[in-house]
Design a protein around this ligand. Structure first.
Ligand code: PRP
Length: 219
């Protein structure tokens, strides 16, 4: 840790995904007593800490959260199950936070047949999830890896189907597409570094218990 920052060991270090999901996750942490008021200030800072309750937050790219946690730069983090499945990260998955709910699905232009003797061209940001799913279906595929706006691929006949996140279904509908097969339900998970979970076991378990109690109170 560079000068001016306390060592990692003195804090619970939490990696939050930048964006709406991270903000919702922070609300949860705040309401169970891990608040860090400076995080609410609109600025470009990426690290926030509250010495009083011993927490430090990092804002990171959603797809990088599990990397920070796996390498122990963060003790815990919030990450979508989609990213966990895709990256196969070596971390403990401690809790389903019940936020960021959506599903991973195969989708295509209306009336598209998913299964055939031909190799299916699949456009996706999630090649590992797609491969695993179609292996289970004994369907030959060719992956076309994209980084966003996946729905365009079948419209331009660059792929037969897509494997992507469906939340409200609006993007599919507005592009004349439909979900064809559901693959897996997705939501945000609390993950922990394996060594950190041992060394900071009491603090991390206490955090989990408080989150679980909050969730039970809401259900
Ligand atoms: C995600 C996903 C779909 C869309 C689904 O895209 O890849 O395109 O949201 O949401 P909906 O069912 O509520 O319409 P995102 O907004 O992350 O942008 P992207 O196209 O860059 O992946």
């Amino acid at each position: 840790m560079k000068e001016g920052w306390k060592s990692l060991a003195e804090y619970i270090n939490i990696a939050l995904p930048k964006g709406r999901l991270g903000e919702k996750a922070y609300d949860i942490f705040e309401s169970i007593g891990y608040g860090c008021p400076s995080i609410r200030e609109q600025n470009r800072k990426l690290i926030f800490e509250n010495e009083e309750n011993g927490v430090r937050y990092f804002w990171v790219k959603p797809s990088d959260v599990a990397v920070y946690v796996e390498r122990g730069a963060a003790d815990v983090g919030i990450v979508g199950k989609d990213i966990l499945l895709e990256q196969g990260s070596d971390v403990y998955e401690l809790l389903d936070l019940g936020i960021g709910k959506c599903r991973m699905a195969v989708a295509g232009l209306k009336g598209t047949r998913v299964h055939s003797d031909h190799t299916l061209r699949v456009a996706t940001k999630f090649p590992n999830i797609a491969r695993e799913y179609f292996r289970g279906q004994s369907q030959e595929i060719e992956i076309i890896k994209l980084h966003g706006s996946i729905e365009i691929a079948p419209i331009l006949n660059m792929s037969d189907v897509i494997v992507d996140i469906v939340e409200t279904g609006t993007t599919l509908k507005e592009n004349n597409m439909e979900p064809l097969e559901d693959i897996v339900q997705i939501s945000a998970r609390l993950i922990a570094n394996k060594a950190g979970y041992k060394f900071k076991n009491r603090q991390i378990r206490e955090m989990c218990e408080k989150i679980a109690a909050l969730r039970e109170g809401k259900e």
